[in-house]
Ligand binder design. Sequence first.
Ligand code: SF4
Length: 340
Amino acid sequence: MTDIHADIEAIRREQGSRLLVLGHHYQSPAVLRHADVIGDSLELARSAAASTAGRIVFCGVHFMAESADILTTPDQLVYMPETGAGCPMAEMADDYQVEKAWRFLQPHGGSFLPVVYVNSSARVKAFCGRNGGSACTSSNAAKVFQWGLAQNRKIFFLPDIHLGTNSAHDLGIPDDRIVIYDYRQPNGGLTPADVERATVIVWGGFCPIHVAFTVDQVREIRSRWPAAKIIVHPESPKEVVRIVDAHGSTAQIIKYVQQAPDGSTIFIGTESQLVKRLAAENQDRLTLKPLHASFCPNMAKTNEPNLLRVLRDWPDRNRVSVPSNVAAEARSCLERMLAL
Ligand code: SF4
């Protein structure tokens, strides 16, 4: 009988520094035990950019592997164990729709600067790069917004309605200046007056995993566990974000847990694999529970058998390769973020 775990480890040992395995926090523990680096989108993008490994295997979703390919040299090859692991939020903004929106927004209400969440396709990042904008993650979205606003530019943010709205709110921008572009409607459902009054235009995409958190769940936790703290990811709806104790990116949630006093009970509103792992790692000190169980099925598409298959056979169909013209423009948008 083959031992998948041992086979993967044997290949990793044999490949040494020629191989880099990156694992997103939402991956299962069985996959993460084979990762050289575990991190959120920003940490993994930085690791890819700094790596000299000839082969990078990305255990995450498609846009993350695209970013790794964009940030590495042409002779470094990026693979995914399962290339069908996409991100529904990223797919809610395609470059054709985004260009159309940009053409509509430009004549109205001053100068816009695009800011794209890293959870977007390489083509959408390329749109952002050629229009002078920057990428952001949930860790640094507010900082990137500030960079744009300091240039007296209006922000055109995509694709996540909630991260965009919550980041703008964190900077003190009133709700009536945060205008939603509904990509399913002509001109986003906006009038020229809507565009003119906006400080931030936010694309109407969302993460199905993080919109599962509701005000009713928070009320229920508060009534049953009055001493417990609640923290959620900013891809959650603003109604939830504004009534909980804290909100933050994956890295910020981990830091919140690490800094919590011994004996605390914390309910966490983010992808459940991460909550389960944090609960196991901190079981001697803290009680950590999901605000509501919400697993990302796309993150779950990577497993040990398909990781072993890619490490053993290196099939072409598992490569993620962004066309060079798209990569050049997308790189400028990612590098602007990394420089910030
Ligand atoms: S958790 Fe949400 S944003 Fe992250 S990959 Fe899954 S669907 Fe996309």
